[in-house]
Design a protein around this ligand. Structure first.
Ligand code: BTN
Length: 260
C-alpha cells in the first residue's frame, strides 16, 4: 500500500489538479498520489464554482481508493478538512476552524476549502479525488472583488510568507493516519476532532437541498457526517446542500455570507 505523498506530481500550471488526478486514477495510479500545482487556470470549488488559484496557494489533489460504503463517503471530506485545519494551525499558530461541509476559516474569513469527487465503475466506487486549496501567500489586494465569502490567507493573517512545502508535509502527516482511522471504523474520533474545530456550531444556518430549505441553529455533525440543524420543527440531519451561514431574515438588509 503506497503512502500519501510517496508519489508527487508537481506542475507549474494546470487547468485543475482534480482533472490530472482523475486521469491518473483512470490509468490505475496508486492511492496516495499527490498532484500539486503552483497555479490553476480553471480551479474548481464545490457546487461547480470557480476557485481562484493564482501562484501563492497550496493547490493539491490526492488520489484515494477508499473501502467505504457509499453512505460514508461524505466523511472523507470532513476527515481531510480536520487534517488540513490541524496542520495549518500547527504550522502557523493560526486558529483555523472548520465549517460544514468542508471549509477552513480564520475568524469570519475563508482560508481554504476542500472537495471530494467520486469516480464510479458501474455501481461501485473506482476511486475518489480529494482537492484541497489553502490561500497561503496571497495578498489581500490580489483577491477578486465579490467572492461569496470574504477570503483570507496565511500571509494576510500573519504578515509573513509561509512555506507551501512545509504545509503539504504537515497536511499529509495528519491526513494519512486519520484516513486510516476512518477506514477502520473510527468515526467517533473523527467526529470528536471535527467538533473541537467546528466554528459553525451554534450559528444560524440555512441549507438548500434540491429546492428545499432547512433553517435553524447548526448543532454539529452526526456520525454520518451530516449537519444537524435544529429548526422550528426539531432537529434535521442534512447530508448535502448549499450553505448560508448567519442568513439575514427576509425583509432585513445585510450580507448573508454565502458559501464560496
Ligand atoms: C471549495 O471550498 O469550494 C473547495 C475548493 C477546493 C479547491 C482545490 S484547489 C486544488 C484542487 N483543484 C481544484 O480545481 N480544486 C481543488
Amino acid at each position: 500500500m503506497a503512502s500519501f505523498g510517496e508519489q508527487i506530481e508537481w506542475y507549474e500550471e494546470v487547468s485543475s489538479t482534480m482533472e490530472v488526478a482523475a486521469t491518473r486514477g483512470r490509468e490505475g495510479a496508486p492511492e496516495g498520489l499527490v498532484v500539486i500545482a503552483e497555479r490553476q487556470q480553471a480551479g474548481r470549488g464545490r457546487l461547480r464554482r470557480n476557485w481562484f488559484s493564482p501562484a501563492g496557494g497550496l493547490w493539491l489533489s490526492l488520489l484515494l481508493r477508499p473501502t467505504l460504503p457509499a453512505d460514508s463517503l461524505r466523511l472523507l471530506g470532513l476527515c481531510f478538512a480536520v487534517a488540513a485545519a490541524e496542520a495549518v494551525s500547527e504550522a502557523t499558530g493560526l486558529p483555523v476552524g472548520v465549517r460544514w461541509p468542508n471549509d477552513l476559516y480564520v475568524g469570519e474569513r475563508k482560508l481554504g476549502g476542500l472537495l471530494v469527487e467520486t469516480h464510479l465503475s458501474g455501481e461501485s466506487l473506482d476511486f475518489a479525488v480529494m482537492g484541497l486549496g489553502v490561500n497561503v501567500n496571497i495578498p489581500a489586494e490580489d483577491f477578486p472583488e465579490g467572492l461569496r465569502q470574504p477570503p483570507t490567507s496565511i500571509l494576510m493573517e500573519t504578515g509573513t510568507q509561509a512555506s507551501c512545502q512545509a504545509l503539504l508535509r504537515a497536511f499529509l502527516q495528519r491526513a494519512e493516519p486519520l484516513y486510516h482511522t476512518l477506514l477502520a471504523g473510527g468515526v467517533a474520533e473523527l467526529v470528536e476532532r471535527w467538533t473541537k474545530l467546528d466554528v459553525g456550531r451554534g450559528r444560524r444556518v440555512r441549507v438548500s437541498v434540491l429546492g428545499h430549505i432547512a433553517e435553524g441553529e447548526a448543532c454539529g455533525i452526526d456520525s454520518s457526517g451530516a449537519l444537524v440543524v435544529k429548526g422550528e420543527r426539531g432537529p434535521l440531519a442534512i447530508g448535502s446542500g448549499e450553505v448560508e451561514w448567519n442568513p439575514v431574515p427576509p425583509g432585513r438588509p445585510g450580507n448573508s455570507g454565502r458559501e464560496g
